[in-house]
Design a protein around this ligand. Structure first.
Ligand code: PEP
Ligand code: MN
Length: 339
């Protein structure tokens, strides 16, 4: 960290900053310049909270050299992490993984049909929400624990691992009994207590990007999980909130190559929540693979027009089947390119 002083800062002010830094157990090294003095902060093991220092008289700005994350960064771990979801591998060098299924679990029949359709088309992981983070309290909130059982039964029947969202710490025990991959939704990306708890588990975690989270905040959230000992984390870009209203969110595809360069964790893309529009889902799914995504999460419902949640963005089984055929061809093409 570098503390830059104002050009009119007094020797006393510089000394006061030095004393403050040292009180934090760190070393302060003033570097006098022709215009102003900068103070280098040394011996820090990671990100330093600069809130007190920034307010001291004479301080112009504080420049951070280290990031609020370390364990998830490529500098720390150059080799890409491969996450294993009950035998399905996601990450560097592995084939792209497709997670698909309805937004929410509705009935046993719906889940069994969806599971068969996902599996038959070549999908790898079955999704379905039992605890739904709906914007309004009057919308369908999910079947809860009863839904979890329908999901795991359907997954087992076709031999696919299952992923579902966890919203609260108290749900973890029962969700771990039924799910192979724990999803932390966009709204909970900064629920730090929940992140710490899943960090203590052996289950892999799918962490979705917050509605308006920067890349730094996204990676810092993943750091919470990894810092507790669980390095089986998959990141998921699902669109961010912008001024644009034509789409549900704005798909930030550039984060895929960027995060791949910054972090060793695998990253997948959810074009369903990113666009909110069925016709856009296949093309953005294809674009995500070309951008380097390690996989996709797509909503598919046996009868989207009857879906209790997110029907407008859910693919029907035929469109999903076509997408899977296209993705195999795109992967072969990317391999040919050597990417
Ligand atoms: C979901 O995947 O069901 C979901 C609610 O997604 P997000 O948290 O990205 O909105
Ligand atoms: Mn949904």
């Amino acid at each position: 960290m570098l503390i830059v002083m104002h050009h009119h800062a007094t020797a006393e002010q510089i000394e006061a900053v030095k004393t403050n830094v040292e009180a934090m157990g760190l070393r302060a090294e003033p570097i006098p310049g022709s215009m102003r003095t900068a103070i280098g902060v040394l011996d820090n093991q990671g990100y330093v909270d600069d809130s007190t220092i920034r307010e001291l008289p004479g301080v112009r700005e504080v420049i951070h050299v280290s990031k609020p994350y370390k364990l998830v960064s490529r500098d720390f771990h150059p080799q890409g992490t491969v996450v294993d979801v009950a035998g399905v591998k996601i990450g560097d060098g592995e084939k792209a993984v497709m997670m698909a299924g309805p937004c929410s679990i509705e009935t046993a029949e719906q889940m069994h049909t969806a599971a068969q359709q996902v599996q038959a088309a070549g999908g790898h992981i079955l999704r379905g929400g039992a605890f739904k983070p709906r914007t309004g309290p009057h919308s369908f909130q999910g079947l809860g624990v009863a839904g979890l059982k329908l999901l795991s039964d359907a997954g087992r029947a076709v031999g696919l691992p299952v992923v579902t969202e966890v919203m609260r710490i108290e749900q973890l025990d029962v969700i771990c009994e039924h799910a192979d991959l724990l999803q932390i939704g966009a709204r909970n990306m900064q629920n730090f207590d929940l992140l710490k708890e899943v960090g203590k588990l052996n289950h892999p975690v799918l962490l979705k990007r917050g509605l308006s989270a920067t890349i730094e905040e996204f990676l810092a959230a993943a750091e919470y999980i990894v810092a507790e000992g669980n390095s089986q984390v998959i990141l998921c870009e699902r669109g961010i909130r912008t001024f644009e209203k034509a789409t549900r969110n704005t798909l930030d595809l550039s984060v895929v190559p960027l995060i791949r360069s910054m972090s060793h964790l695998p990253i997948i893309v959810d074009p369903s929540h990113a666009t909110g529009m069925r016709p856009l889902v296949p093309v953005m799914a294809r674009a995500a693979l070309v951008a380097g995504a390690h996989g996709l999460m797509v909503e598919m419902h046996p009868e989207p027009e009857k879906a209790l949640c997110d029907g407008a963005q859910s693919l029907d089984p035929q469109a999903f089947e076509k997408l899977m055929v296209d993705l195999v061809r795109i992967e072969a093409f990317l391999e040919e390119l050597g990417d």
